[in-house]
Design a protein around this ligand. Sequence first.
Ligand code: SF4
Length: 304
Amino acid sequence: MNNIIFGPIHSRRFGKSLGVDLSPGKKQCNFDCLYCELAPAPTMDAYVDVVSVEEIATAIKKALQEHKDIDFITLTANGEPTLYPYLGELIDEINTFKGDTKTLILTNAANIDDVKIQDALCKLDEVKLSLDCATQKCLQKLDRSHGGIDVENIKAGMLAFKSKYNGPLIIEILIVKTLNDSKEEIGKINDFLLKLNPTRIDISSIDRPPAYAVQAVGYEELLNISHLFDSSLPVYIASRKKADMKASRYNDKEILDTLDKRPLTQEDIEALFDEDSQNRLENLLGKAKIKRVSTNGVEFFKKA
Ligand code: SF4
């Protein structure tokens, strides 16, 4: 089957990434998120359409021969990759031939309380878990989770996984207007993330046509939401739409106050600060009033 592999996709964060679709035939997911890029589909708790480990491994090997210098092999799916029944075996097989190429999974984390899934994910170089909601009501409304999935089990599973995983653990939060952008919901996600202490937290909003009629929040709203998180948490605004923000003038004190509230990336700085203000920031950097901190490939500017 030749639609197992997609890409390589180039990104600042992951370099040259080869996508591996563990459900190439159809959408198979335990969520039916309102914002999904795929068409709505009934949820399930196990794949009914399963490709063999051998077929997937052969497709990856062939792609690695065709595309040199791949930085990441990214396990994903038309749906949820941890529902793939041979995930542990597949990762073991990939680890026999991947060499220096890193492995990553993008998962909705609904199964992270399953010890078998935790053990499989421990064999990957990087793990990205989604957490859109900290309450069951939000999970059911926004992610339209399969019956029996409980947000408290997801949170407990994430904590258990973090305690045994040595690699970078990234949390992804997708914000949808009126559904998970309230102070209350973000406050609860924040409280949990303070316990989890992930490597980085990426917040973003919808940037492709969603399955249902829901609305994105803009960069400015994401920035306001990022301020609701504790300033010790490495929150990164991963939105691709930053152009809706007009760059403003900041004096030295305003730059330092802004970075004190929330460390910013170069992309944020380009979106927020006009050219003079960016020069002032460089100056403050030279005077060691600001420092650069790197978190798993993303560089933040922080008040020193
Ligand atoms: S978890 Fe991913 S694939 Fe599944 S419904 Fe949500 S967005 Fe779509």
